[in-house]
Ligand binder design. Sequence first.
Ligand SMILES: [Zn+2]
Ligand SMILES: [Zn+2]
Length: 368
Amino acid sequence: MTMDLTFLGTGAAYPSPHRGASALVLRAEGDCWLFDCGEGTQTQLMKSQLRVGCISKIFISHLHGDHLFGLPGLLCTVSLNTNPDPQQALNCVDIYGPRGLRHFLRVTLGLTGSQLLFPYAVHELEPTSDQSPAEGQLSLEMTTDSGPLHPQERSGRTITLDVSTDSYLLFKDKVFVVKAFRLFHRIPSFGFCIQEHDRPGRLRTERLKELGLKPGPLYGCLKAGESVTLDSGLVVQPSDVLEDTIPGRKVCILGDCSSILGTKIFDVCHGADVLVHEATLANQHKDKAVDHGHSTPQMAAAVARVCSAKRLVLYHFSQRYKPSSQQKEGDKDDVTELKRQAEEGLQDCDVEVLLAEDFLSVPVPLRR
Ligand SMILES: [Zn+2]
Ligand SMILES: [Zn+2]
């Protein structure tokens, strides 16, 4: 199964002509999951290789506008691109994000009279009081959904912290388990850990032939981990005929933050194939970055180191850092300096550092 990440917006605070606001898509076998949806995400999506209609799940790290203002518009455009075939039941779009997101969508879609052709559900994460300074804690009054559901809204879950793992279990299916975890920011922010399950190795066809097993349902049993008894009475164990297990891949995507809450989360994120971390300002502006609830490349590198990540992708750059391709001579803020600073913090470990740019696609290859 192919898996990749496509960055649609890599700028902080607002979309500019050279960097879109935060948004990225994780694509796994044609299924597209959107992480954050800053203003202008839908036009960025149209300019990319991805199809607007392919988004099946949406994850919002926090409620700041540069991560959220694009969501109502995007949902309406996805709806316009949806085939209104009444014979075909449309899948519900699951949206995960902090408490308040349900209310936000109900108000924005409701006040604008927006109808969607598909149902949606908002699953809210209940933040803890230590995720932001006191002034960043949105009141229950402001964030609690009230009134009737939007006509296309289905009831969503409210998900609370599992203290034994410092994480929130969003869902688990046959292919993935997806968790969220707490970040410290000016308002409560979350990171997401997408873990693919390990899969059985390929069948060793030569060995199967030797044992006299012909292709058929027994192959499926062995692949599913069941032993099989042949007519001769011989019992074939899956381990006799399967190659090594294919380890699942792990992608961690962090929203805006100046730190991660909960030590156990480093176990959850351990060994990430790709860790996507913000680096809003360069190391020399650390005080300002932390004051605004943000990170520097050195701080991002420290997280990659603790998690033993294989690749660190930096994004969410202050708009002062233009993409290298648009840099002019004499520009004093050089984005490649951010990469150098992260690499400096990872000198003695084997972590590859990448700078995200709008429309950059990062493959997440199978582990061998
Ligand atoms: Zn932001
Ligand atoms: Zn923010």
